[in-house]
Write a protein that binds this ligand. Structure first.
Ligand code: 5GP
Ligand code: MG
Ligand code: MG
Length: 192
């Protein structure tokens, strides 16, 4: 590949139409976001990162290591009813937090914010547990998120309204391990 000259062709190379965000861009952006978050939470006694399964796992792991302030890591798994979040924004909690967030500074870590319904719901739900603060960081943001006005404090990259995979994001549970964010070739959807 371009970033690893001389490396053998990866199994997924023929499935990817184009790379939207490269491994290098992800690394540099994560470092920049971490610097900003380090500064914003410099005077707090530990940040609680809450990653959303499964998509945010890669970003969470890299962000946690790029931060220099102490953090704790928690995960939640959320699901909408069926494939889509209903217009009422009702979300089901499949795996809840294992810890009390009372008086904690919480930073929700997400892979991509699209309609923003998932994060809007969390922003209404988490405050009932008495955290000191709740903010959000998303590696990617789609155009719809800007229209709906969801306030994600830290954003890595704005991407077009296309279905992307890699760096945690899947298509039918595949491609999460790709080190970059890319667009799948239509032939992948058509053949399955
Ligand atoms: P929202 O509630 O913001 O509409 O939904 C965001 C969630 O939808 C993400 O956490 C992710 O699971 C899924 N999603 C949205 N866009 C994409 C995409 O382009 N690719 C993948 N793999 N998942 C997406
Ligand atoms: Mg997600
Ligand atoms: Mg998915």
């Amino acid at each position: 590949s371009a970033e690893h000259p001389g490396a053998p062709a990866a199994w997924y190379e023929n499935d990817i139409d184009r790379v939207l965000v490269s491994e290098t861009e992800i690394r540099e952006k994560t470092a920049a976001l971490a610097k900003q978050i380090d500064a914003d939470y410099a005077n707090t006694d530990g940040l609680l990162l809450v990653g959303l399964f499964k998509g945010a796992v890669m970003f969470m792991a890299d962000l946690a290591r790029a931060l220099t302030i102490p953090v704790e890591m928690e995960f939640m798994a959320l699901s909408s009813y069926g494939q889509r979040v209903t217009s009422s924004g009702v979300v089901r909690v499949l795996k809840d937090l294992d810890t009390d967030i009372k008086d904690r500074d919480v930073l929700v870590v997400e892979d991509v914010v699209d309609s923003g319904l998932t994060l809007s719901w969390l922003l209404k739900y988490l405050p009932s547990r008495g955290p000191r603060s709740v903010e959000m960081v998303s590696m990617l943001r789609k155009p719809k998120a800007l229209e709906t006005g969801i306030n994600v404090k830290y954003v890595g990259f704005d991407v077009p309204d296309e279905f992307v995979v890699g760096y945690g994001l899947d298509y039918s549970e595949r491609y999460r391990e790709l080190p970059f964010v890319g667009v799948l070739k239509p032939s992948v959807y058509q053949s399955s």
